[in-house]
Design a binder for this molecule. Structure first.
Ligand SMILES: Cc1cc2nc3c(=O)[nH]c(=O)nc-3n(C[C@H](O)[C@H](O)[C@H](O)COP(=O)(O)OP(=O)(O)OC[C@H]3O[C@@H](n4cnc5c(N)ncnc54)[C@H](O)[C@@H]3O)c2cc1C
Length: 441
């Protein structure tokens, strides 16, 4: 059978590899618009900051590995410009060609959501989308004196961090009241205080214009004007769904491609996986759009398995995430309180500030952790900032996946080792604090 995969990112290459493993004789073609496959946009901030020298190092495997070791017909520099019943039209080096398919996987990812001005509206204005953008940003950053980052979601935070490591002067413009708008204020404010020590953080401010003659010179907001010779727009992403629409596939409320739990779209023979597709939020049980790398890889694995004839269910995602700003780790699994309230839950929450280690190993480092639960005791989410965040988010993710309640969090045996954790883990203390609010003795 002939399989066509559109997009050679995490989801597309995971699917292609799986199909070839299960059905070695099938003809599996991957069309990828850029020059890279199995690339990791997650590595862009580290490339900009200078930790990673070559873009090739941001790719899990190179094209020849997929072609020679896995037998996948990978075509780079090949953009699918049209998709219809049983065929795709591909543009490559100005030429177009048609290819047929029996199964099609759409794995086209996202693109940066722009302000009205758009990406690259002027020389010196950039979005952070593909790894190819990274070279431009890094070169421009090295020469820049005044850098403005618009937006302070995790992408914005990581770009600010990268610019600080290049010893640059940075202004951040955020229309919300604190960075990481999906997090609650207890975590957002802590991060904001840390950022304000090193950058000009302009909260509750909206960009109106990005101005300049031959290249960018300033950013104009509803409250002021900021000199800029590099502006990086980190204003979110939106799913690439044009080809899915051409095929007549249903688009979900989130704007991403609707899929069932086997990652089939509403069109026969067409699957979708990764950032372009909707999935289930494991906490709410509702459809959600969760554009993150770990789910994208697994969705690719599941879609590939099912295309190859298996019947694997994708349970969804918890939206677990980690990021950092210099030494401050920040992470979240499940819902924040504001997300939970918006989803209609009646919630209780507890925020604890705990030592990061045993008290006889003093270093002044702490972790702030917030737990949100439903009135029936089921935990809906955990967020944290400070030191030792990642292990708490890993632990919380595992428990949330199983629908754990506050007693499960309390009684889980999180290990104790003086240099690494206090004997009463912050997850345990937060759960215990919720006992009181929930009337549990
Ligand atoms: C700067 C940055 C940092 C990030 N950090 C993290 C992180 O720390 N943790 C995390 O979980 N996630 C992170 N992400 C998100 C993560 O990169 C994505 O979730 C993941 O790459 C999604 O994989 P995907 O295969 O669905 O899409 P992508 O990796 O975007 O791949 C889609 C591919 O499709 C190709 N394509 C699109 N349209 C066409 C077409 N018409 N024809 C041919 N090819 C096409 C694109 O060129 C692209 O290569 C980050 C993203 C960015 C931008």
């Amino acid at each position: 059978l002939r399989v066509v995969i559109i997009g050679g990112g995490a989801a597309g290459m995971a699917a292609a590899s799986r199909i070839k493993r299960l059905q070695p004789k099938w003809d599996v073609k991957v069309f990828e618009a850029s020059r890279y496959v199995s690339h990791a946009p997650c590595g862009i901030p580290f490339h900009v900051a200078g930790y990673v020298e070559s873009l090739d190092d941001l790719c899990a495997y190179d094209v020849s590995f997929f072609r020679e070791d896995r037998g996948i017909d990978v075509r780079i520099g090949s953009r699918v410009v049209e998709a219809g019943d049983g065929y795709v039209i591909v543009e490559r080096n100005g030429e177009v060609e048609e290819h047929g398919w029996d199964h099609l996987l759409i794995a086209t990812g996202t693109r940066p959501a722009t302000l009205s001005a758009g990406c690259r509206v002027l020389e010196g204005v950039m979005c952070v989308g593909s790894i190819e953008d990274s070279v431009y940003i890094r070169d421009a950053a090295k020469k820049a004196k005044n850098i403005v980052i618009v937006g302070s979601g995790y992408l914005g935070i990581e770009m600010v961090d990268a610019m600080l490591r290049l010893h640059k002067k940075v202004t951040v413009i955020e229309m919300g009241s604190h960075p990481l708008p999906e997090y609650d204020v207890e975590i957002g404010e802590l991060l904001k205080r840390n950022m304000e020590k090193l950058v000009e953080f302009r909260a509750n401010e909206r960009v109106l214009e990005i101005e300049g003659r031959d290249r960018v010179e300033r950013v104009v907001t509803d409250k002021g004007e900021y000199k800029a010779d590099l502006v990086v727009l980190c204003t979110g992403v939106e799913p690439n769904v044009e080809l899915a629409k051409q095929l007549g596939a249903k688009i979900g409320d989130s704007g991403a491609i609707w899929t069932d739990e086997y990652l089939r779209t509403s069109v026969d023979g067409v699957f979708a996986a990764g950032d372009c597709a909707e999935t289930t939020n494991i906490v709410t049980g509702r459809s959600d759009w969760i554009p993150l790398a770990a789910p994208a890889n697994k969705m690719g694995y599941v879609a590939g398995s099912n295309i190859a004839g298996m019947n694997v269910r994708y349970p969804g995602s918890l939206k677990s995430q980690l990021t950092s700003f210099l030494d401050l780790e920040i992470g979240k699994a499940g819902l924040s309180e504001k997300e939970a309230v918006k989803a209609g839950y009646d919630v209780v929450s507890a925020t604890v500030i705990s030592r990061a280690r045993a008290k006889y190993i003093p270093d002044g480092k702490s972790i702030t952790l917030k737990m949100v639960a439903e009135r029936n005791g089921r935990v809906l989410g955990v967020q944290a900032a400070g030191v030792g965040v990642s292990k708490r988010i890993y632990g919380a993710s595992a428990l949330l996946y199983k629908g754990a309640n506050v007693e499960d969090f309390f009684f889980t045996d999180f290990p104790f080792y003086p240099p690494k954790s206090p004997v009463w883990d912050p997850l345990v203390i937060a759960a215990r604090n919720l006992f009181r609010k929930l009337g549990i003795k």
